[in-house]
Design a protein around this ligand. Structure first.
Ligand SMILES: [Zn+2]
Length: 427
């Protein structure tokens, strides 16, 4: 059913050579570094329809999430256990739902960017199924895997329907008086009536890191500072699981990207992508600069988990032309480096971590389209969980991840995305 192209290594080398060439020619231009929030120029082919004013009332918002998790716990007769594990800066509860009792643990979080909503729906579906189904496959999963789901880890951003949380810099300084007079972290943004962090830059591989004024404002390639209660709660859950289990938890982070990404190469060449997957962006030579200080980093292991997710999505359908099988690799040119993302910080501590980027924002598509994406995300999570439960994850070849199609960023036409990112990286 699945067909693979075998051009991966050559493609990477070519991209690096092209990149060197573009540097030499001085082609760098300035642009927004947040690739997932700023679709590149490649995404201008016809046929990418978005909806101007889709109904959003079908999404689970924060007030409904608490009720829904309680209902799932009740219907599961205690198999799913829900607990409050933190509070947002505006006082909204953060929950974790735990199911299964295996010695391999998978921690999945959604909506750290508040308006990226399919992950929360996929997690609720997954919890409903693992909480009530009694077939052999489910029992095998529950016996071998412990799933800890953190649906909606940026509830304030979700409520405001935006990427950032809702913290002010004064609130940060109140929490950390030593930062009085220090410049705000580079990932803090302030507009006329809104302030907040891109929470997915607020992580540090040193899990007990305490903010120091001389570290601020930092750069996008560096670690973050754990300045927000939301990122602290995620970190605390991760630390707890590390202490409880023999092996570091696998971590999945569920996101959304631009609306018009198309696969290049492979059996679905030219098709709109459904979900792009990624392993940690830790700079050139597969994060080699981190290896000495963080010897547990295992990029190949992360790629195996990403591959398990891709297999889960592709194997769930019989037709490889199905949009549910339109899986690709998220932008990951060799230089891309975000130590401050949670997935990077946790990977440096030995966890395999996978990023899911669903095509389009929650308000780009109507409910029908988003239902398809929710299913794709759920299939991807199923793929990881089943591979963990059956130990298939051990047999995967991480290099096969590179056989997945990219969405243009490895080609000359889209080299700009890489150049723009580099040009915008503060020194
Ligand atoms: Zn995101």
């Amino acid at each position: 059913m699945r067909q693979k192209s075998r051009v991966r290594r050559a493609g990477r080398a070519t991209a690096a050579a092209l990149f060197a060439g573009s540097l030499a020619m001085g082609l760098l231009v300035s642009a927004n570094p947040a690739v997932e929030a700023a679709p590149a120029a490649k995404r201008d082919r016809p046929g990418c329809q978005t909806t101007d004013d889709p109904p959003t009332n079908k999404w689970t918002f924060h007030n409904e999430l608490g009720r829904e998790l309680t209902a799932i716990q009740r219907k599961s007769l205690g198999r799913v256990k829900v607990s409050k594990v933190g509070e947002s800066i505006e006082g909204r509860a953060m929950w974790a739902a735990r199911v299964g009792f295996g010695d391999q643990v998978l921690m999945v979080q959604s909506a750290i960017h508040g308006n990226e909503r399919t992950g929360t729906e996929a997690l609720l579906n997954l919890l409903r199924e693992l909480g009530t189904k009694n077939d052999r496959a489910t029992k095998e999963i529950l016996r071998n895997v412990t799933l800890v789901a953190m649906p909606m880890v940026n509830p304030d951003g979700g409520e405001l329907n935006r990427r950032q949380n809702a913290i002010t810099w004064d609130q940060v300084v109140e929490q950390y008086p030593q930062l009085e007079g220090a410049p705000p972290a580079w990932y803090f943004s302030q507009t006329q009536d809104q302030t907040g962090f891109d929470l997915n830059r607020d992580f540090h591989p040193q899990l007990d890191y305490q903010p120091r004024p001389q570290d601020l404002p930092g750069r996008q390639v560096d670690a973050g500072f754990y300045l927000s209660p939301e990122s602290q709660a995620i970190r605390d859950m991760y630390v707890d699981l590390r202490e409880e289990f023999d092996t570091p938890p696998a971590v999945v982070d569920l996101h959304h990207a631009g609306p018009c990404g198309r696969l290049e190469g492979g059996p679905q060449d030219g098709k709109l992508v459904s979900v792009e997957l990624d392993y940690p962006p830790l700079g050139v030579n597969d994060g080699a600069a981190y290896e000495q200080e963080w010897p547990l980093l295992d990029q190949d292991l992360s790629r195996r988990y990403a591959l398990a997710a891709a297999n889960g999505m592709q194997d769930a359908v019989v037709d490889d032309q199905s949009p549910l099988a339109a899986v690709g690799r998220y932008v990951h040119f060799d230089e891309r480096e975000y130590e401050g993302q949670g997935r990077s910080a946790f990977a440096l501590n030995g966890s395999p971590t996978v990023l899911f980027e669903v095509r389009g924002q929650a308000d780009d598509f109507g409910q029908k389209g988003m239902k398809m994406f929710v299913t794709a995300v759920q299939n991807g999570l199923d793929g990881i969980i089943e591979s963990m439960a059956t130990d298939e994850i051990e047999d995967l070849d991480g290099d096969d991840f590179f056989d997945l199609a990219h969405t243009g960023w490895e080609t000359q036409a889209d080299r700009d995305a890489r150049d723009e990112w580099l040009a915008d990286a503060p020194n």
